[in-house]
Ligand binder design. Structure first.
Ligand code: KIV
Length: 286
């Protein structure tokens, strides 16, 4: 059952539920904030899964460096390389027709400064065909965002918990708790907006603070563990669909149990093979 607000469904322009079929751009994302429209975003790391989400109408797909944990078997996002992001971003672009595809700049690909950020972001736009890039950090990444935007590359910012700093945090703690931390988060969000970011991810932030940031910015906020008042909501697809092995964060809602279903399918296939039930006559050529 879908729960699309009827006004949203009637609007050809609606990011989710609308009837437009051309590829979504950052201008469409900006316009949705003017209509107070809420919208979904998912991660994707391959063409086939991306095509499922694209056909389901998900307007924005992030080729996140969460591919480190979810797709490539690393322990965190830190080891992910530009080559890996570029390869998988190109696959996601090929698998989609409508979604805006955002390529994540991995750890070490923009921290040296704006010129390094521009070189790597340009690669994702030219080689992979992404429509925008994402990078982590508020005030500390403002110069990078400014140069990318001046160079014609749309930037999605990411503040609050920034997983590439896991070694500095010593884990994944909620951010923005307490007056001083909340003020810093507001400054970070304003800094990325002023630098020209078209949207900002708020990760693991108290709901009340995320609501305040959303009210005070003219660019959309995209929450992950940041309460219900953000303009958009993003989840890592393997968490959302029950594909992740083991515990998922408390903010995740699981909409399927794909890990169980896929395991069941693999076991059923194996039993048919060892029992001789597969292949049957209809699967054979003569
Ligand atoms: O890499 C990623 O998937 C992300 C999202 C969790 C926002 O940064």
């Amino acid at each position: 059952m879908t729960h699309v607000n009827p006004a949203q469904k009637q609007s050809e322009k609606a990011l989710y539920g609308g009837t437009g079929s051309r590829r979504i751009t950052v201008r469409d994302i900006a316009a949705a904030k003017g209509r107070a429209e809420k919208w979904p975003m998912l991660t994707a790391y391959d063409a086939m899964t991306a095509s499922v989400f694209d056909q389901a109408g998900i307007p924005v797909l992030l080729v996140g460096d969460s591919m480190g944990n979810c797709h490539l078997g690393y322990e965190s996002t830190v080891p992910v390389t530009m080559d890996e992001i570029a390869l998988l971003s190109a696959a996601v672009v090929r698998g989609t027709r409508r979604a805006l595809v955002v390529g994540d700049l991995p750890f070490g690909s923009y921290q040296e400064g704006p010129v390094q950020a521009l070189r790597n972001a340009t690669r994702l736009v030219k080689e992979a065909g992404v429509g925008a890039v994402k990078l982590e950090g508020g005030e500390r990444s403002a110069h990078q965002i400014e140069l990318l935007v001046q160079s014609g590359i749309p930037v999605m910012a990411h503040v609050g918990l920034t997983p590439q700093s896991v070694n500095a945090y010593g884990g994944y703690p909620v951010q923005g708790r307490g007056e001083e931390a909340a003020q810093q988060l507001l400054r970070d969000a304003k800094a990325v907006q002023d630098a020209g970011a078209f949207a900002v991810v708020l990760e693991l932030v108290p709901a009340e603070l995320a609501a305040e940031v959303t009210r005070s910015l003219h660019i959309p906020t995209i929450g992950i563990g940041a309460g219900p008042d953000c303009d958009g909501q993003v989840l890592v697809w393997t968490d959302m669909a029950g594909m992740t092995d083991g515990r998922v964060p408390r903010f995740v809602k699981q909409y399927a149990q794909l890990r169980q279903s896929l395991g069941d399918a693999a076991r059923a296939f194996a039993e048919d093979v060892v029992g001789g039930a597969y292949p049957a006559e209809e699967h054979s050529f003569h």
